[in-house]
Write a protein that binds this ligand. Sequence first.
Ligand code: ZN
Length: 142
Amino acid sequence: MGPVKSLTEHLWFEISHRRGYARITDRVEALVRQSGVQEGLCLVNAMHISASVFINDAEQGLLHDFDVWLEELAPHAPTTKYHHNRTGEDNADAHLKRQIMGREVVVAITQGKLDLGPWEQIFYGEFDGRRRKRVLVKIIGE
Ligand code: ZN
C-alpha cells in the first residue's frame, strides 16, 4: 500500500429548466486525474433532495424516455395532489423523481481511471432546476 490520497470537490450546476440531464463523466474523470489516485474509489452524490446522480447510456432517446417515464410516475401537475406541496412548495414530484433515480454512484478507480463499463456514463439529473445546486465528488485511494 502506498500513502492514502484523497480529493474532495464540488461540481456546480444551474439547469435552466425544471428538469434536465447533464453528462458529467469527463468532469469527474478530470478530478480523478487531479487526485493522483491510481487504485481507489470515487463517490459522486447530489447534495440536494430534488436532484440525482446516476449511471446509464448517453443516448438522447433514452434520456427522453427516462424523462417521460418519470413524469408518468410522478407528474409535476396538478401540484395540489401532493401533501408535500401543502408546505407552500411545488416540488413534491421532484423529491419522488430523485428517489427513483438515486442519490449517488460509486465508481472504482483502476490504474488512474474511472473503471466504467463500455456504455456507462455518469449523469446529473435535475428535477427542480433554475437555481444553483451542488454535486459532491470524493475520491480516495492510493
Ligand atoms: Zn420540497
